[in-house]
Structure formats: structure tokens, C-alpha cells
Ligand binder design. Sequence first.
Ligand code: NDP
Length: 246
Amino acid sequence: SLPLTGKVAFIQGGSRGIGAAIAIRLAADGAAVALSYAQSAAAAERVVQAIEAAGGRALAIRADSADERAVRQAIGATVEAFGRLDILVNSAGVLAVAPIEQFSIEDLDRTLAVNVRSVVIASQEAARHMGAGGRIITIGSTNAERMPFAGGAVYAMSKAAIVGLTKGLARDLGARGITVNNVQPGPVDTDMNPAEGAFAESLTQLIAVGRYGHVDEVASFVAYLASPQAGYITGASLLVDGGFAA
Ligand code: NDP
């Protein structure tokens, strides 16, 4: 059987980019997958169709990560649909870039709500449903370790918060056999960070391997962390960044 046969995963922010690739990969590894989104209903449905076309089970749920009740309900709906919850992946994220003199408080609040607060809420709710072997995996960023351009202070702060949260949650949940980890990608070609354009060219010069990453190169590592093989990894922040922070 496949490494995740019989497991159920909830992907917070799975309609596009890295989260969509993770949803497809965990389903290919045998998990039933629920994925949330805020806006992109059509894209979320395409991910579900791709999984079902490959013989997997999937469900898309609209749930704005900034809305506590919506996040809790989405996790409840996942358990209702698939009968259990084994894997939580927090991938929903927003990036607002502006010099600090102009950075709006709306963008500050939105960044903290989606990139940090939703991770606490989803982890709390998911942990209530998980048993031994449970997995919580958050997509942080290499920018927690290295922030080499101006305007990204609040984003870097939000991703640095995940480093500490991951350590603490690992302590809270370790005795129950649940691991908690933080995967920190470098530049990965998505809508958030397209590999084409002037900004991408300057970023690429900072990457040791000299290229953007592909979403599948993050998803494959998440699949490993989600698998029973990774049971001795917890509280860790792990770079998948092509050497960006090196
Ligand atoms: P994209 O912008 O391509 O996709 C973002 C995904 O998150 C979409 O599925 C989106 O849903 C969902 N999302 C955003 N806001 C919310 C919300 N309020 N509620 C629910 N879902 C939401 O981003 P990436 O795939 O590039 O990024 C995924 C994660 O990886 C983020 O946490 C990001 O910070 C991190 N990351 C990305 C890097 C990169 O270079 N791409 C590098 C390092 C980290 P919808 O379609 O409905 O908007």
C-alpha cells in the first residue's frame, strides 16, 4: 500500500501554488485530502478534479483563514466527510511588501491573521481530532532566516513567528505522538512569486543553485514529513530553499 493509505489530510490554502501541489502529492501517496481556499473556488475545484481523476478522494472547502470560525468549521467538515484527521498542512499565506514608512496597519493585521493566527487556530482544532502518528506541517519561509531585500519586514516577522510556534507545539503534542514541523521554502514559482520578471532576476542571484524551486520540490518534502518514516523529526524548521539562506 501507499505511505499515506488510510490517512486524512487537511490543507489550509490548497487551491493554488505550493498548497495545491501538496494536496495532489498527499493524495497520490494515498491520503484523502480536504483543501481550503478563500477566493479561488474554480482553482480549488480543479485540484479536486485532478485528485479524483487519479483515483483519489478530495474535497474543497471555502474558509477564509482570517476567520476563526471558518477555519474550525472546515476542519470539522473534513472529519465529518472522511471520518478522522491525521495530517494538517498550513500553507495559506499572504505577502505584502512595502517600505516600513508606508506599510499599512491593514496589511500588518492581514499578514498576522493569515500567516500566524490561522496556524495557531488550525493546529489547536486539528490536535483535538488527531491521534498518535498525527502530523502538523506549516509552510514558513527562508525569509525567517534571511531577509535580503527591503519592504519584507512584516512578512519575515510572520514567518519567524512560525519557528517559535513550531517548537512550542512540538512540546505540547510530542507526548501524544504528534509531530510538528516548519518547512521553509526559498523562491518557488507561484502566483505569489513568479519566476519571470525583474524582481525574480535579482532574487535568483541569491539562490545557491541558481534557479527558482518548483512546487513539487516542496510537496515531496512535505510528503516525507507526513509519512510514518518521519516520526523522529519534530519542532524543526527545515529549509527547502536551494541554498538561499546559505
Ligand atoms: P499563492 O499566492 O500562489 O497561493 C496562496 C494560497 O493560499 C492559495 O491557495 C490561496 O487561496 C490561499 N490563501 C491565501 N489567503 C488565504 C486565506 N485568507 N484563507 C484561505 N486561503 C488563503 O502562494 P504560494 O503557493 O506561493 O505560497 C504558499 C505558502 O508558501 C505561503 O505561506 C507562502 O508565504 C509560502 N512561501 C512561498 C514562497 C514562494 O516563493 N512562492 C517562498 C516561501 C514561502 P485562494 O486561491 O482562495 O486565494
